[in-house]
Design a protein around this ligand. Structure first.
Ligand SMILES: [Ca+2]
Ligand SMILES: [Ca+2]
Length: 206
């Protein structure tokens, strides 16, 4: 293949890659995320980089059904999950009594009554840090857990299919959580390809 044709091919490949939209879920536009651990909302494969999930969970008044938010996502081969970052967190009632809970499992469903198979789980919220002022690194909290029993893991999370569950038991909370994926570095391989490519070009020009 001639060098100009290679560049044309690379440009054609780069265009659709560059136009891929980041995966987002906004409950005000996309609907409430599932309340049911046996039937999570399937959001698909996380994009490279930032994937923002925004919604509302919990309940304003006691006795009202509690809105849990549960979604299932895939981390593509060649990537890992390097961040679960709380980017906003606020109560709709102004109360300070809230206690938010989160859990993650590798698989398509999550048991909301039995934590023993959870990869990890933890509390987050006012009880821990005053409305997400300190514990914005939710992946670190999960990595340090599980708080309520489970398997445990050492992050970052590898490629695979996961279910994530958040719930608020004593208030109604607006939240935004950013799931960040990063390519898994393959030491030397890309560099070698680059060097080999330059070498063949140089040889051809001689
Ligand atoms: Ca919700
Ligand atoms: Ca929900």
């Amino acid at each position: 293949m001639s060098v100009p044709r290679i560049f044309a091919l690379l440009a054609a490949l780069a265009l659709p890659l560059g136009s891929v939209q980041a995966l987002t879920w906004d409950e005000t536009l996309d609907g409430d995320l599932s309340d049911d651990g046996n039937a999570p909302t399937l959001v698909g494969t996380l994009s490279a980089g930032s994937n923002l999930f925004s919604g509302r969970m919990g309940a304003l008044t006691e006795g009202e059904p509690i809105d849990a938010d549960i979604w299932n996502f895939t981390i593509a081969a060649g990537y890992y999950l390097t961040g679960i970052n709380l980017t906003s967190y606020s109560t709709t009632s102004g109360s300070l009594g809230n206690q938010s809970f989160m859990a993650i499992i590798d698989g398509g469903t999550i048991n909301q009554n039995d934590q023993s198979l959870h990869l990890s789980n933890a509390l987050w919220g006012y009880g821990q840090d005053g409305f997400g002022n300190t514990y914005t690194d939710l992946l670190a909290l999960l990595d340090a857990g599980p708080t309520f029993g489970g398997v445990g893991f050492d992050g970052p999370l590898p490629a695979g299919n996961y279910t994530f569950w958040i719930q608020e038991g004593a208030d109604q909370i607006n939240y935004s959580i950013d799931f960040v994926t990063t390519p898994v570095p393959e030491p030397g391989s890309l560099l070698l390809l680059g060097v080999a490519g330059l070498w063949s070009l140089r040889r051809r020009r001689r």
